[in-house]
Design a binder for this molecule. Sequence first.
Ligand code: NI
Length: 217
Amino acid sequence: MDNAPNPPRLFGTIVLSALAFLAMAAVGVAISISLSGGGDRAATSGSLGSTGTALIGGPFTLVDGDGETVTEAVLSSPVNFVYFGFTHCPDFCPTELANLAAARRALAERDIESRTVFITVDPARDTPEVVGRYAQFFDPESVGLTGAQEQVAAAAQAYRVSFSYGEADETGFYAVNHSTLVYAMDDQGRLLSFFTANTSPEEIAATLAEALQARQS
Ligand code: NI
C-alpha cells in the first residue's frame, strides 16, 4: 500500500508533498516544476537548482542481493533511479518498477545509461535475496537493497522518504505506507530530477535528457 491519491490516503500525500516543498523553500531553493502535457494532470516532475541538490540523497550503507555491503557509490550510472518500497507492495511498487524499466529503455534510445536502485523499507521481510530477486524481476540490471532497520531508516531519511507499518492482519500480513517519489541521481550522487509515480517513461526520459544537457552546458 502506498500514499495514493484516493480518499483514505490523500491526506498523507498532501502532508508529504507539503513537507518536501517546505523543506526546499526553507533554504531558498528555486523550484521549477514542469507540468506534464495533459491539462488535468498535476505536476509530475521537478528540478532543483544546484544549491538544492544537497537536500536529497547522501551517504548510505546497505546490503545488495548477494549479501554484499554497498554504499552510495552504487549510484555510478549517468542516471540512477532511486525508489523506496517493499516487495509485498500490491500496487505502486510493481507498477513503478515496470515504469522505470520502460523509462530506462527510453533513455537508452537517447544513448543515456541508467540504473534502478530499489531500496526496501521493509527489511524484516525483504532479505537481501528477496529484494535482489524482486528488483531484477522487473529489470535484470537493477539493484535491490536492504539492510538493518536503522540502515534502511537512515537511507530513507537521506532521501526525505517517509514510511510507516500498518497493523498485521490475522495471517500476519502487514502493509507499509511509503512515499512514492522517484529520485533520479547523477553519478556524483546529485539530484537531477524527481518524479511522481504517474510520470510516463517518455516524460521521464525527456526531462532527464534535458537535465543532463543543462549540466554539460
Ligand atoms: Ni509500494
